[in-house]
Design a protein around this ligand. Structure first.
Ligand code: ADP
Ligand code: MG
Length: 742
């Protein structure tokens, strides 16, 4: 079997084959080029992360030999080694197989060209010999035969007249004819031979040599691909060695001897007398119990949150029942109230509200009624937990705490919806089943997805028995587009950039905090941390987050607009008009906001008049959840790395960095003092250091002029030296509420 023997009539097919092979080689080449590129990029990324680690390391200040740090350094070095190997491989790939592949493609094009031209040449020769030459001879042969016949006729005619001359002519013609006859016979013979030669030798030879070339090229290609596979293999000795090294260096981490050297150094330094023998084991068991305690604390916190949520729904249901009972009583024996008018309003929710408003224009319960209206009647797209067709990985990133959940449309299968939940340290994804016009997981079905989710969210019924997953916190969509926000006038200057008034597409007024574009990445992340904290909260006395725009620079944090601006400027500006009653109301608002934060285990660390905002109807809102600022106007002292607002900070936080809700209570005392002194800077005429010393000595600020005694007593309790002796925010809230009533 071979080209020469079997493919004599497949010239077209062979040309097609060559074209196809060339195309394939081009694809292989493109693929390898990309592989070189991506390996190079991978190598440089690896190098980059190794070097970043180096940079961070410079700032470490622990001077002892640690196995962890040794192993870690080794791991980083090995990663750098891996980067070098990858880079080397990429270069090898480029100069070896890829280069040769390029040459081979050129060769192959050449082979194709010469095959085609040779083929054409023998083909046309064959044509010439077997067709056109013979044809010409045949034509002449016919002509000569005709001439000879004519001459004979003439001869017969002229036998009588000019016998001699005619015979001569006849002879000549006959002679010519005979000559040509011979020539023709010879040509036919040679054409036959040529044809035989063409079929038996020339064409098979050409085809066979083509086959040989083709085969050689295939073998070269095989070589190239083998080399490619060797170079790009992740199982080469050197790479396996790198990973073994990493593995060994991790093996060398020994928790039991980790601190030996550290302890030795400390002992050496301080020449500790007794208590050394207690050292290591104590530390280890302490370390483990701390870890244990932390995880127990976390599960306690989670339980606490669940209980809180359950209480909340209990309260809601009770209030609903009360309301209904009250209405039933009121209506006993009377005509029932008129039926809802659906005529012009298809949305029954709206008409219910309107109807209710008409019946009871001043009822307090209206606000409550709004709360009770099931959000599950809103379409899926308007649900705050519905994130559209975001990719699975993005969904994973959004879910951080126990019970966080969202619903998304499957990326792979449009029209299929998925519930993603964070539960027990894992992100779980549940496909929402749809059958017989009902959506469900395992249990009850509902006609819409919002109703299904609302059901599981309010009843806390598990999604599937096996998983035990429960929905706790809907994850709101926070990402806005820059185009959704129109910036207006400048409101103020923050530490990261300017703050503007803005409007959303639906005309909502907002405040937009911008982040300067030239800040380093870590500060930009810090800027966003405020949004990360705020998005967990929803309280009238905490400034509300609306969203963030992170798709391009400058990054925005979009918040509700609090039109009165910051509380400190407000106090100073409105000094003359502010009555004590209003000041108590401000203090109460701040306490309510802080009690909410305390409940949520949030420590503000920077509570002060400058960080509160004044909203409509003089509602005070706690703001500025960024802490640790660069700002230095005497308020944030630069002791150590962090900037601490000394005059607002509790002694244990200043001395030992112990921040807690109790230290926030201390700052709240200072905020009270600022409020009732109408914006005076605390400890007037004292430097930060002097104020700190006086506080340590037990001195406290005196009662501001406009301050009622009850309020000053609260202030004093907030400034108890021992944190445990200070009041809780909930208690302060209750006490101020009763002061306000007087
Ligand atoms: P930073 O966190 O950088 O200190 P702030 O939150 O203190 O920035 O904001 C700087 C100023 O911008 C505030 O003093 C205030 O005047 C204005 N501002 C900030 N947020 C709002 C808001 N939500 N509504 C109205 N004004 C605001
Ligand atoms: Mg600020």
């Amino acid at each position: 079997m071979g080209f020469g023997q079997d493919l004599r009539n497949s010239h077209e097919g062979l040309v097609k084959l060559q074209d196809w092979e060339l195309k394939l080689l081009e694809t292989v080449k493109r693929f390898m080029t990309l592989r070189v590129k991506s390996d190079k990029e991978y190598a440089s990324l690896l190098l980059n992360i190794s070097q970043q680690v180096d940079k961070h390391d410079n700032s470490s200040q622990i001077h002892y030999i640690s196995t962890v740090s040794k192993s870690w350094t080794h791991m980083v070095q090995q990663t750098e080694q891996l980067s070098k190997i990858m880079k080397c491989h990429a270069e090898e790939l480029n100069s070896g197989p890829l280069h040769r592949l390029t040459m081979m493609i050129k060769d192959k094009q050449q082979v194709k060209k010469s095959y085609q031209s040779l083929h054409q040449q023998i083909e046309s020769e064959m044509h010439k010999v077997t067709k056109s030459d013979l044809e010409k001879l045949k034509c002449t042969y016919r002509q000569l035969t005709k001439d000879a016949v004519l001459a004979r006729d003439k001869y017969k005619e002229a036998v009588v007249k000019e016998t001699e001359k005619a015979r001569e002519r006849y002879d000549k013609a006959t002679m010519k004819l005979h000559n040509l006859h011979n020539q023709y016979v010879l040509a036919v013979k040679s054409a036959r031979l040529h044809q035989e030669h063409y079929h038996e030798t020339a064409l098979p030879l050409l085809l066979d040599s083509l086959q040989k070339m083709q085969e050689e090229m295939i073998s070269a290609l095989k070589g190239i691909l083998e080399e490619y596979s060797e170079i790009t293999s992740l199982l080469t000795d050197e790479i396996v060695k790198v990973h073994k090294e990493i593995h060994t260096s991790i093996d060398q981490i020994d928790p039991l001897s980790e601190y030996d050297n550290f302890i030795e150094k400390k002992i050496f330094k301080k020449r500790l007398k007794g208590s050394v023998h207690c050292g290591l084991n104590c530390m280890i068991s302490l370390y483990f119990s701390v870890v244990l305690l932390l995880s127990q604390k976390q599960s306690l916190e989670e339980l606490r949150q669940t209980v809180q949520l359950l209480r909340c729904s209990e309260a809601k249901l009770m209030a609903q029942r009360e309301l209904l009972e009250q209405k039933m009583q009121e209506n006993e024996g009377k005509e029932p109230p008129p039926v809802v008018n659906y005529e012009e309003d298809a949305r029954s929710v709206n008409s219910m509200v309107r109807h209710f408003l008409e019946l009871h224009p001043k009822s307090h319960t209206i606000i409550f009624f709004f709360d009770v209206i099931p959000t599950s009647e809103k379409p899926l797209g308007e649900q705050e937990w519905y994130h559209g067709a975001i990719p699975r990985t993005e969904a994973q990133e959004l879910l951080k705490q126990q019970g966080d959940f969202l619903v998304r449309e499957s990326h792979g299968k449009p029209g299929e919806y998925v519930l993603s939940v964070f539960s027990d340290g894992q992100r779980r994804h549940f496909i929402i089943q749809f059958a017989e016009n009902q959506y469900r997981f395992e249990g009850t079905g509902f006609p819409t997805i919002p109703q299904l989710i609302e059901h599981h969210y309010t009843t806390k019924q598990v999604i599937t028995k096996k998983s035990g997953v429960v929905l706790l916190n809907p994850d709101k969509k926070w990402i806005l587009n820059h185009e959704d926000v129109i910036l207006g006038e400048l409101l103020g200057k923050g530490n990261f950039g300017e703050v503007f008034r803005g409007t959303l597409r639906d005309k909502t007024l907002v405040a937009v905090k911008t982040c300067k574009e030239d800040l380093p990445q870590d500060l930009k992340i810090k800027f966003l941390s405020e949004a990360r904290i705020l998005k967990q909260y929803d309280h009238p006395n905490i400034v509300k987050l609306i969203g963030v725009c992170t798709q391009r620079q400058p990054i925005y944090i979009v918040m509700e607009l609090v039109p009165g601006g910051d509380f400190l400027s407000f106090l100073r500006k409105k000094k003359e008009d502010l009555k004590t009653k209003q000041l108590v109301k401000f203090a109460l608002d701040a306490a309510a906001g802080m009690a909410y934060l305390e409940l949520k285990n949030c420590i503000h660390r920077d509570l002060a008049a400058r960080n509160c905002l004044v909203g409509e109807n003089n509602v005070l809102k706690i703001s500025d959840f960024g802490m640790s600022r660069q700002e230095d106007n005497g308020i944030y002292s630069s002791s150590g790395l962090k900037q601490i607002p000394i005059k607002w900070t509790a002694p244990e936080a200043l001395n030992y960095g112990r921040y807690s809700s109790e230290s926030d209570v201390w700052s709240y005392g200072i905020l009270l003092w600022e409020t009732f002194s109408l914006g005076v800077c605390p400890y007037p005429c004292m430097t930060n250091q002097q104020a700190r010393e006086q506080v340590e000595k037990g001195c406290r600020m005196s009662c501001p002029q406009k301050c009622p005694d009850e309020v000053y007593r609260i202030m004093q309790r907030c400034w108890e030296y021992k944190p445990e002796n200070r009041p809780k925010f909930v208690d302060i809230q209750k006490e101020l509420a009763s002061v306000k009533k007087k």
